[in-house]
Ligand binder design. Structure first.
Ligand code: PLP
Length: 433
C-alpha cells in the first residue's frame, strides 16, 4: 500500500482530516421537514402524501409516466423485468420464473443489480459489449446478438455514470426485432438524450434513490410505466398482490417492495435540488478534465452532441501506453510502480492514502464468476458462447474488459471543495511522476 507520508513522490501532500467520499448523500433541510410531517400525522407506513408527491414530481419530469415508488432500484428492476416478461410470455405457475427457458440481452459493464432480476425470474442473461463513446451498450453488438439469437424479445440497458447510451440506435435495433426494453436509469436521473429524460425510453424504466445516487432517500426506487394498467399491476405486486376482497385474497405472487412514506419524505426534500446537484457534479467533472490535462489519461466520455449527462461520477481512463503493469485475480491485485506510468490500483491506493474514496469501474458481468456460463457478444461477434473461456479471435480484449482494466471512478462528492479537488488532482498527477 502507498504511504503518502514516506513515499517521496507524494512529498508535501497531506491527507484530509475527514474522509472525502466517492458520492455521499447531500441533505438540505427540507428532508427533515417532510419526515417530521409524516411522523406528526402518523403516515409512517407505505401510504401518504410524501409518496404521492414524489410520484407526481417524477412523473411530471419523466414524460408523464406512471410512477410507482418502491423500496429500491433493484426491486423496481425486478418488477420491470417481470412486467415485460409476463407481457411477452404470460404469467408463470407459482414456483416458476416468468423468464424460464428465455434469453435476455443485458448491459455488460454495469452494477449487477441491472441484470440480476433476469436470474430472479429464471432467465438467462446474454451480455452485450460496451462502446467507447458513452461506455454503454454497443448498438452494433446488440444487432449482432439479434443475428445470433433471433428468439430474444427483451433487452435491459443501463446508462452508466450518468451518461445516456446511444438510445436512437439502440431503440431502433430493439424495435426492428420486435423486442421490449427495460431501461435502468438508476445512475442517470435528470440526464437527457436528444431532449428526452432518461427513464422515458424503456417500455418499463426505473430510477434509484440509493444512498450514493444523485438524489437519495437513503434508499428507494421507482418503476416508470407507460400506462396506468402496468403501474397498477406493479403497485399491486409490490404490496403482496392482494385482490379486491374483504380478506387477504391472492391470485398472483406478491412482494413487499413498496416505499415507506418516511423514505419518501427524504426524497421529497431532495428533489428540488436535482438541478443544483447536477451543476455541482458537472463542475467537478470539468475541474478534473482541466486539472488532469497533460497526463496520459482521458475522462469518461460524454456525448455532448446528443445528450446532457448528470455527471453522477467522474471517471478516468489511463492511456494504453501509460499503463504500468497491473495484474488482477478474482479478489486480489498486484501492480508495479513505473516512472511516467500508473495503474488504477496505484491511483486508488494513493487516493486512500489521502483519505479519499475512489472505486474501480464496474467489473463487467461477463467477467463475474456468477455469470461465467453466460454468453457474451461483442460488435465483431466474437466473445464467448456458453463457456468459461474467452474467445478473442483477434487477441484484443473486449471494450468492457479494457475499460475495467484501465479505468477508475474518482471522488465525485457534491460537497467536495475546489481546494480538496486540487489535492486529489495533484495526487493523481504524482502517480505518473
Ligand atoms: C444503484 C444502481 C441500481 C440499484 O439501485 P438500488 O436502489 O441500490 O437497489 C441498479 N442499477 C444501477 C446501474 C445502479 O447504479
Amino acid at each position: 500500500m502507498i504511504d503518502i507520508l514516506t513515499d517521496p513522490r507524494f512529498k508535501g501532500i497531506k491527507p484530509f482530516d475527514t474522509k472525502l467520499w466517492l458520492a455521499s448523500p447531500t441533505m438540505h433541510g427540507d428532508e427533515q421537514k417532510w419526515v417530521d410531517e409524516a411522523i406528526r400525522t402518523n403516515w409512517v407506513s407505505t401510504i401518504g402524501a410524501n409518496i404521492n408527491e414524489i410520484e407526481r414530481i417524477i412523473s411530471e419530469r419523466i414524460g408523464g409516466r406512471h410512477a410507482v415508488a418502491l423500496a429500491s432500484g433493484t426491486s423496481a428492476l425486478h418488477l420491470a423485468v417481470k412486467l415485460a416478461a409476463e407481457k411477452l410470455y404470460g404469467q408463470p405457475m407459482p414456483g416458476h420464473g416468468a423468464l424460464e427457458g428465455r434469453r435476455v440481452f443485458c448491459s455488460d459493464m454495469t452494477f449487477d443489480a441491472t441484470v440480476n432480476p433476469v436470474a430472479y425470474e429464471g432467465g438467462e442473461s446474454i451480455f452485450i459489449d460496451t462502446e467507447r463513446d458513452t461506455w454503454n451498450m454497443d448498438p452494433a453488438a446488440l444487432e449482432k446478438a439479434f443475428e445470433m439469437y433471433p428468439d430474444v424479445k427483451l433487452v435491459v440497458i443501463a446508462h452508466l455514470y450518468g451518461t445516456p447510451g446511444r438510445m436512437d440506435e439502440l431503440v431502433s435495433v430493439i424495435r426492428k426485432h420486435g423486442a421490449l426494453l427495460v431501461e435502468d436509469a438508476a445512475e442517470s436521473m435528470g440526464a437527457t438524450y436528444k431532449g428526452i429524460q432518461t427513464g422515458d425510453f424503456g417500455d418499463y424504466s426505473i430510477v434509484s434513490f440509493n444512498g450514493n445516487k444523485i438524489i437519495t432517500g437513503s434508499s428507494g426506487g421507482m418503476i416508470l410505466c407507460k400506462n396506468a394498467e402496468d403501474a397498477n399491476k406493479a403497485r399491486k405486486w409490490s404490496t403482496q398482490s392482494r385482490e379486491d376482497a374483504p380478506w387477504y385474497q391472492h391470485e398472483e405472487l406478491g412482494y413487499n417492495y413498496r416505499m415507506s412514506n418516511i423514505i419518501a419524505g427524504i426524497i421529497r426534500g431532495q428533489l428540488p435540488y436535482l438541478e443544483e446537484h447536477i451543476a455541482q457534479k458537472r463542475s467537478i467533472y470539468e475541474r478534473y478534465k482541466e486539472g488532469l490535462r497533460g497526463l496520459p489519461v482521458s475522462m469518461n466520455p460524454v456525448d455532448l452532441e446528443s445528450s446532457v449527462p448528470n455527471y453522477w461520477l467522474s471517471c478516468m481512463l489511463i492511456d494504453k501506453d501509460a499503463m504500468a503493469h497491473q495484474v488482477r485475480g478474482e479478489c486480489e491485485y498486484l501492480y508495479r510502480t513505473e516512472p511516467g506510468k500508473s495503474s488504477p490500483h496505484e491511483i486508488l491506493e494513493a487516493l486512500a492514502a489521502i483519505n479519499a474514496e475512489g472505486r474501480p469501474i464496474w467489473k463487467p458481468m461477463h467477467m463475474q464468476p456468477i455469470y461465467r456460463m453466460n454468453a457474451f457478444v461483442t460488435a465483431s461477434g466474437s466473445g464467448r458462447a456458453h463457456s468459461n473461456a474467452y474467445i478473442h479471435s483477434d487477441n484484443i480484449s473486449d471494450v468492457g474488459e479494457d475499460i475495467f482494466t484501465r479505468g477508475l471512478c474518482l471522488p465525485s462528492d457534491n460537497k467536495m471543495t475546489p481546494q480538496q479537488q486540487e489535492v486529489v488532482i495533484e495526487t493523481v498527477r504524482r502517480c505518473f511522476g
